[in-house]
Design a protein around this ligand. Structure first.
Ligand code: SAM
Length: 366
């Protein structure tokens, strides 16, 4: 596959890197394009909303964040109601989810006062938006998990894991090869290419997929596993839980899902790098295995539709409609549909909870 040369800063930087290092992995490409200081996709510009490239669930409706806030309060109660609790959000975007969660948390007696809010964000531009959305709250920012404080902690991540770098492996006639990105001969475009087949790669692949047929493509995100492992160990050591919401697989699957989205439409991944969002479906089975290996309990993944219905989205929508204008009533109904319907975000999006093994099953999970 070939692609046109795009945003000159990002393309030139990638071309230089490939000339110096040789073909780069898709993970290197994603990290470079999404979070390189100054030019990374998330580091400048405004990717969210109708005028941006995509809309996430918290931006669809306040109901999403409110119900997650209630889930947090219920989990806090199951933890025995510790007097201080870190509430950590990974990749908080515009801060909308946290703001809606905190508003709902304020309705539960004693809960809001226990919370210390921590946000993990790499983008200075989005940090500014988060500061605006959360003015009035005491918030601490981190660029990764290594600086988080000790103590019982709830971790929330919505559409964070899908933005983490992945690697792709393809089954060729000679065996498994890694898909890499290189320059075309005239050095004007980026192309996909395959590394020489390697036996060593096999050990990285899920056992059930090692014998996948020729042409099969498997995606792995080592960084997603590392983050899940770090969160799991934090929960084991200090108490707490995690909620990961994302579009993804609930069974191991051999199918490429890497995609770019620009102005709400699919866009060729290698074209105009830096100007489109790049993501891949989250591999939930690997996150579950990582968490179980660390020793925490894993619940789900269940579908976002089931999760939100169990937490009472229908009743919440009905309540909001009662006091809404005609226009608001239509918006609330359409948001409820968008978040929960099987043809919208209801089934493709999944929810996974991790908890300390001593706690009971969290709300909404079977
Ligand atoms: C797709 S957005 C989701 C935003 C928000 N959670 C929402 O639902 O609207 C991904 C978020 O993760 C952040 N992000 C991406 N890669 C990251 C990384 N490696 N470390 C920390 N944050 C990252 C982005 O800056 C952005 O805030």
């Amino acid at each position: 596959m070939t692609a046109d040369r795009g945003d000159s800063n990002v393309f030139d930087r990638l071309a230089k890197r490939i000339r110096l290092e040789g073909a780069i992995t898709i993970a290197d490409f994603m990290a470079d394009v999404l979070i390189t200081p100054k030019h990374g996709y998330y580091m400048s510009g405004e990717p969210f909303g109708a005028a941006g490239d995509f809309i996430t669930a918290p931006e669809v409706s306040q109901m999403f964040g409110e119900l997650i806030g209630i889930w947090c309060a219920d989990t806090w109660y199951n933890m025995g109601g510790p007097t201080t609790l870190n509430l950590v959000e990974l990749g908080p975007g515009r801060g909308t989810l946290m703001s809606d969660m905190l508003r709902a948390a304020g309705m539960v007696p004693g809960f809001l006062q226990t919370l210390q809010v921590h946000l993990i964000e790499v983008s200075p531009n989005l940090k500014k938006k988060q500061k605006e959305a959360l003015s009035g709250f005491n918030v601490t920012w981190h660029s990764d998990l290594t600086t988080l404080p000790e103590g019982p902690t709830l971790f929330i991540a919505n559409e964070f894991f899908d933005a983490l770098p992945i690697k792709q492996f393809e089954r060729s006639p000679e065996g498994w090869s890694e898909r890499l990105i290189t320059l075309s001969e005239d050095e004007k475009e980026l192309n996909f290419t395959l590394s020489p087949a390697s036996k060593a790669i096999e050990s990285l692949l899920p056992e059930s997929l090692r014998t996948a047929p020729e042409g099969a493509v498997i995606e792995l995100s080592p960084i997603a596993s590392t983050i899940t492992d770090m969160i799991s160990h934090h929960i084991l050591e200090h108490g707490g839980a995690a909620l990961f919401i994302d579009y993804g697989w609930d069974i191991p699957t051999a199918q490429p899902t890497l995609q770019a989205v620009k102005a709400h439409k699919k866009h060729p991944v290698l074209q105009e790098p830096g100007t489109a969002d790049i993501s891949a479906l989250v591999d939930f089975p690997t996150l579950v295995t990582t968490a179980l290996n660390a020793g925490v309990a894993a619940h789900g993944p269940i579908t976002q539709g089931d999760f939100l219905r169990s937490l009472g989205i229908e009743q919440r929508a009905e309540m909001l409609r009662k006091t809404g204008t005609d226009e608001q009533i239509v918006d609330i109904t359409s948001a409820e549909h968008r978040l929960t319907d099987a043809n919208e975000m209801g089934t493709l999006f999944k929810v996974l909870a991790l908890t300390h093994p001593d706690y009971q099953t969290p709300a909404a999970f079977p």
